[in-house]
Every structure is written in C-alpha cells, then in structure tokens.
Ligand binder design. Structure first.
Ligand SMILES: *Cc1c(COP(=O)(O)O)cnc(C)c1O
Length: 363
C-alpha cells in the first residue's frame, strides 16, 4: 500500500488535512451541531412512501433541475422567492463548493472572518482560490465598520459571512451584510455569501439576509436542512439568490447531482416543515439553559444564536474534552484557546453533558 506522499497529487494539496470531526459511537454525541431529535414518525412514513415511488423509476435519471424541490424550497423560505431564485445540492457544503467553482478560482480571492466555518478555506483550496482570514473583534463579534475596512483593504471576490457564526454562535446583523455588499461593490464587484446554516435557531429568525436580496444580484444566502430540520443524513443544502446566480451555478454542477431519492425525501420533509421544526424551540431552550449553567460553573460562554455554545474559561480544554469523552459525552475542541464547543441536545442529553462537566471540573 502506498502513502499519500508517494502519489502524484496536485502540488497545492500536498500536506493538507481533510475535514475530520470525529465520528465516535458514544451515548451523548454533541460535537457536530446536529438536531439530536429523531424526525417525527408520520414524516418518516411519508418519506418512505415517496422514496418507494421513486425506486419504481430509478432506471431513469432524476429531474436535473429538481423542479419540485425548488418549488417546495421557495415556498418554505417565503420572502416572495420564486423557484428560479433557488439552488440546491448535496448539503450546503456542495452548494458552497459550487459557489467557489463558479465565482472563485485561480487569481481570485475569498475572505472570511475568523474563527469561522472550517470548510471555507478547504473549499477555497479545492478550487485554487486564495483565502484570507480576517480577525473578528472583541468576543468574536463583527460590526459594519470592521467588515467594510477589511473588504476595502483586501479587495476580495468572495466574502463569506456566517450568520449565526460557527464555531462561536455569534449573531450577525443585517447592517453588517449591507456593509459587506456595499464595500465589495466598490472594490471588485464580487459576491457576498451569507451562510445561514443555523438561522432557524436565532432569536429573531425572520431577520434573515433573504430580506436583502431584492436589488442585490451578487448576494447569495445559503441554508441547509442538516441542522434545524433534523435531516443531516439526507444531505440537502440550498441557496437563494438572483436567477442569474443560479444560472452561474448550473455551469459547474455535475449533471443530475441530486439523486431521485434525495429529491423525493426532501420534498416529503418540506411538506411537513412545521412538524420537522417543532423541536427548535426546545433546542433553543436547552442552549439558553446551558449558557446559564455554564456561567454557574464559573465558565465563560459566548453569545449564541445557534444550536450550540462555545464556552471559555478552561485551563486545559483537551483534557476536559477527553474526560467528558470517557464519560460518554462527545463535544468539540475547535482549537480556540481555553474553549470547547457543545451542541444543545435533547433535555436529557443536555443534562448529561452538564452533569459530566460538573464532575470533571470538580475532580
Ligand atoms: C453544518 C454547517 C453547514 C452545513 O453543512 P451541510 O453540508 O448542509 O450538512 C454549512 N455551514 C455551516 C457554517 C455549518 O456549520
């Protein structure tokens, strides 16, 4: 068997490491911000029925334009969006990859506001797009002037804004999105991508960047069914933007990229959107409860509008991570000094985490 270093891979990939959050069998898995609730049985039954129908025609390629799914997504998003405004792919990671393929590339530059989603630099490197991290302000917050100055200085073609931000949970106001759009319009005429993977958990989820789309044809708002929708295993992400942007993404997608099974399952799930999102309120409640109890433990949680909490105040995060794992609780060490990140689970999972942490800190 050969080693990676024996192979003639592209020179810019040498020494790179793949995305790799641990996938371990543990009792309480709170490390990748999934919705830990199972989907409702009545939705599961509907999905099985639609997938069963799809299997009868599985000898044929699926609808390349996933028309029904786009209709369903437009209806779910509201904001007067039409199917022509919608794109979808196998997870929003693939949506983001399409964006980098169409708008990035050699000689182009993307920026993100670090710490932010670890996939942005990987997607940039996969498409030979230069990627630059701009530091966030105090307590990982962003504001319009910080964003504007960074864009005027760096002159990016792609601006990545994660709202709420992963791994910090930080909300982003619409003024910051407008500032990014205006600034990039002045320097390069590039695009602004707002990654709203966690927006359904925000205190005011109606304050989405979707409201800013009219008149801003280089603004792209990305969403996913992996988090609030409890559909991570199905791999469905989507995007809303001007129809011209959707045409640009068609240039780089592989033909028939969304399988007939994926389309059927997602259409069924969206028909039950309200039921699928019924756990969101409880998850928010568990998140807010964790924040209060972490403070009570003398720790320092950051402001979060997502379904997870980043907390500081740990002398040795890796040691705490391992001690929690030994108790069957998997969280995430994202490598920010003194911190760990934990997803809000069900009430009992959240309690198990808090109890295990209390024991670890007292030991
Ligand atoms: C989880 C996550 C995604 C979504 O990933 P999928 O490919 O849709 O599962 C996108 N952006 C951020 C910031 C995330 O945390």
């Amino acid at each position: 068997m050969a080693n990676l270093s024996d192979l003639p891979i592209r020179s810019d990939l040498v020494g790179k490491v793949p995305y790799g959050a641990p996938q371990l069998q543990v009792a309480v898995s709170l490390n990748v911000n999934e919705n830990t609730h199972r989907i409702p049985e009545e939705v599961a039954v509907d999905i099985i029925g639609r997938v069963a129908s799809a299997v009868l025609e599985i000898n044929r390629y699926p609808d390349r334009e996933f028309t029904k799914l786009r209709v369903a997504l437009a209806k779910y998003l509201k904001f007067d969006l039409k199917p022509e405004n919608i794109w979808a792919a196998n997870g929003s990671n693939e949506v983001l990859q399409h964006i980098f393929q169409a708008f990035g590339g050699p000689g182009r530059k993307a920026i993100g506001f670090a710490p932010t989603y670890s996939m942005y630099p990987l997607l940039a490197s996969g498409t030979q797009t230069e990627y630059l991290d701009v530091s966030r302000g105090e307590r990982y917050e962003l504001n319009p002037s910080l964003i504007r100055e960074a864009i005027l200085e760096q002159r990016p073609n792609i601006v990545m804004l994660c709202s709420p931000n992963n791994p910090t949970g930080t909300p982003l106001d619409l003024e910051s999105v407008i500032a990014a759009y205006d600034a990039v319009s002045e320097v390069t005429g590039g695009i602004v991508v707002v990654d709203e993977a966690y927006i359904e958990f925000a205190s005011d989820s109606e304050r989405s960047a979707l409201a800013l789309l009219p008149g801003r044809e280089r603004l792209l708002v990305s969403r996913t069914m992996s988090k609030a929708f409890a559909f991570a295993g199905a791999r469905v992400g989507y995007l809303a933007a001007d129809p011209a942007v959707i045409d640009a993404l068609r240039l780089v997608r592989l033909p028939y990229h969304l399988s007939a099974f994926t389309q059927a399952a997602a259409e069924a799930a969206l028909d039950h959107a309200e039921l699928m999102l019924a756990t969101v309120d409880d998850i928010r409640y568990q998140r807010d409860r964790m924040v209060l109890e972490l403070i009570d433990l003398g720790l320092d949680p950051y402001r979060s509008d997502a379904n997870f909490v980043l907390f500081g105040g740990l002398e040795n995060p890796q040691q705490v991570f391992e001690a929690l794992l030994a108790k069957g609780v998997l969280v995430r060490n994202v490598g920010l000094p003194g911190t760990l990140r934990v997803s809000a689970g069900t009430e009992s999972e959240t309690s198990a985490f808090l109890e295990a942490l209390r024991q670890v800190l007292n030991a």
